[in-house]
Ligand binder design. Sequence first.
Ligand SMILES: CC(C)(COP(=O)(O)OP(=O)(O)OC[C@H]1O[C@@H](n2cnc3c(N)ncnc32)[C@H](O)[C@@H]1OP(=O)(O)O)[C@@H](O)C(=O)NCCC(=O)NCCS
Length: 179
Amino acid sequence: MNNSVQVSATIPDWSREMPERGEWQPGRELMRSLRGYQRARTHGWFSSLFISRLWVLAHRFWSAVAGTDIPINTEIGGGLAMPHPNGIVIHADAKIGPNCLLFQQVTLGGNEHGAPTLIGHVDVGAGAKILGKVTIGAHAKIGANSVVLTDIPEGATAVGIPAKIILPKGDQKREKSEG
Ligand SMILES: CC(C)(COP(=O)(O)OP(=O)(O)OC[C@H]1O[C@@H](n2cnc3c(N)ncnc32)[C@H](O)[C@@H]1OP(=O)(O)O)[C@@H](O)C(=O)NCCC(=O)NCCS
């Protein structure tokens, strides 16, 4: 949740999810298996059927290690960061745009109306739950342990249960000096 560097909401930064050599990074390994599977499935060759089965095994292994439930076919834009992947649960119909960040224990859950969409560069704090067919705008932030039940506009910060939009302290100071 670092504002100092502007992260794109549309152009994936693949370095955010590539495993680094010699590092213990279950979240990145999990993403690698998911990408490998989805890539293999786009080829119609017989060999890619075999390769995709190997990626399924890798995905199951890393899901167990990380304690996550992220279906292997989930639509995820490049650059998804999960620094502490424990307890992350994502509905199979959820859509995640480029360069999003999910902290531990985040749920993107579905209901009878559908599942959440994160447009791009959305940061979701630890333990937050985003439920139903809601859209979280680009560059939005969701506070730790919040429960989001409605759409959140681009660039907004939402906290609480149910989540409400707040002005972060930096913006409050700017508003006072301008007004
Ligand atoms: C939502 C968040 C991004 C806001 O950060 P910020 O822009 O610096 O906002 P501030 O700290 O200035 O807080 C603004 C207001 O929202 C409240 N607030 C902030 N986060 C909150 C949260 N998660 N739940 C409820 N209220 C929260 C603050 O108490 C403050 O209220 P006030 O104006 O009445 O004093 C941040 O608080 C947060 O939750 N980040 C998640 C980080 C995380 O999960 N890290 C895990 C690392 S392992």
